[in-house]
Design a protein around this ligand. Structure first.
Ligand code: GUN
Length: 301
C-alpha cells in the first residue's frame, strides 16, 4: 500500500514565523515602527483562553507590541464596541482580533464590521471578504486558517492548480467559503460540499484536493478519497480516549487519518497540520498590516 506524505504544518509554520520575525525587524530598523497586535476575548472559556494566550505569546516572540484585553463574559456590546473603536484609533496597533464565538448578548456581525478593515487581520470584515471574492488577494486580509491551508497545498502541488478538482467540505465564512475562493484563484475547479450535499462520499471521491472543514470527528473515511489526492484536514476535535485511561481525551481531525493516508498522496495530520499554520498566518497578516501602515512594501507569504 502506498503511504501518503505527511504534510508537516509545524515545520511550515516555523518557516513563516522566521520570515515574519525578519520582516518585523527590518521594518522596525528602517522606519522605527513596531508591529502591534491586539487580541480581545470575552469571558473565561478555557479553549478560547488557550488560543488567545498562544496568539499573544507568539506575537511577542515575533517582536511585536502585543496586547491582550479580557472583558467579562457578561460585558455589554457597547463596551466591546468602545474598545474596538479605541484600538482602531491607536497608531501602535496594526491588527485587531476579537476571539469568536462571542456571548449571546453581542451581535457578532456588528462587532466584526466595527473593526477597521485595515486592521482586520482575521479577514472577516466585508471589505476583505469582497476583495478575496473578486480575486484581489494581494490587497485583502485572507482568513488565517484557509490562508495557511493554501500554503500547505501549494507546498505539495505548486502555485497553479489548473486542471485540478478541489472539494471543500464545509461552508463556513471562516474556513469553507474563503478556502474555496483561494483554490479558485489558483485555477482549481472548485466544489463546496456540506451537510445537505447528496452522496457526499461520491462528491469527495472526485477531488484531487480534498479540504475537510466540518467539525465532525473523523467523518471523512478512507473510501471517500480518490487515489493520489491531497487531503487537508482543518478539523480539531477533542474526543474521549478511554484507551489512554479513564477520563482521557485526544485530538482528531475531520478525516480518519490512517484510512485516508492509504489512498492519499499527501495528507495533513491533526495535531501538527493546519493548526500551527493558523497562528503563523495571523502573525503574517499583522506584519503585512504594519508594512502597509508605514507605506513600506509588504512581504509575501
Ligand atoms: N475562533 C476560532 N477560530 C477563530 C479565528 O480564526 N479568529 C477568531 N477571531 N476567532 C476564532
Amino acid at each position: 500500500m502506498n503511504e501518503a506524505i505527511r504534510i508537516d504544518g509545524k515545520r511550515a509554520a516555523a518557516g513563516i514565523i522566521e520570515k515574519v520575525k525578519a520582516a518585523a525587524q527590518r521594518l522596525t530598523k528602517d522606519t522605527g515602527l513596531v508591529p502591534g497586535l491586539a487580541v480581545v476575548i470575552l469571558g473565561e472559556d478555557p479553549a478560547s483562553q488557550v488560543y488567545v494566550g498562544s496568539k499573544a505569546r507568539m506575537a511577542e516572540e515575533c517582536g511585536f507590541h502585543s496586547v491582550k484585553h479580557v472583558l467579562p463574559a457578561d460585558a455589554e456590546e457597547d463596551e466591546l464596541l468602545a474598545l474596538v473603536a479605541e484600538l482602531n484609533g491607536d497608531p501602535a496597533i496594526h491588527g485587531i482580533l476579537v476571539q469568536l464565538p462571542l456571548p449571546a448578548q453581542i451581535d457578532t456581525a456588528k462587532v466584526i464590521q466595527a473593526i477597521s478593515a485595515e486592521k482586520d487581520v482575521d479577514g472577516f470584515h466585508l471589505v476583505n471578504v469582497g476583495l478575496l471574492g473578486t480575486g484581489a488577494i494581494d490587497r485583502a486580509f485572507v482568513p488565517c486558517t484557509p490562508a495557511g491551508s493554501m500554503i500547505l497545498v501549494r507546498q505539495v502541488l505548486g502555485d497553479d492548480l489548473s486542471g485540478r478538482t478541489a472539494v471543500v467540505v464545509g461552508r463556513s465564512n471562516i474556513v469553507g467559503k474563503p478556502m474555496a475562493q483561494l483554490l479558485l484563484a489558483a485555477n482549481a475547479t472548485v466544489t463546496i460540499a456540506h451537510s445537505r450535499t447528496k452522496d457526499l462520499a461520491a462528491v469527495c471521491r472526485t477531488a484531487d484536493i480534498l479540504v475537510a472543514a466540518v467539525g465532525r470527528p473523523e467523518m471523512i473515511r478512507g473510501d471517500w478519497v480518490k487515489d493520489g489526492a491531497v487531503v487537508i484536514d482543518v478539523g480539531i476535535n477533542r474526543i474521549e480516549a478511554p484507551e489512554k485511561g479513564e477520563g482521557k481525551t485526544r485530538l482528531v481531525g475531520d478525516v480518519a487519518y490512517d484510512e485516508c493516508a492509504e489512498r492519499a498522496s499527501a495528507i495533513t495530520p491533526v495535531p501538527g497540520g493546519v493548526g500551527p499554520m493558523t497562528i503563523a498566518m495571523l502573525m503574517a497578516n499583522t506584519v503585512v498590516s504594519a508594512h502597509r501602515a508605514a507605506g513600506a512594501e509588504a512581504p509575501g507569504f
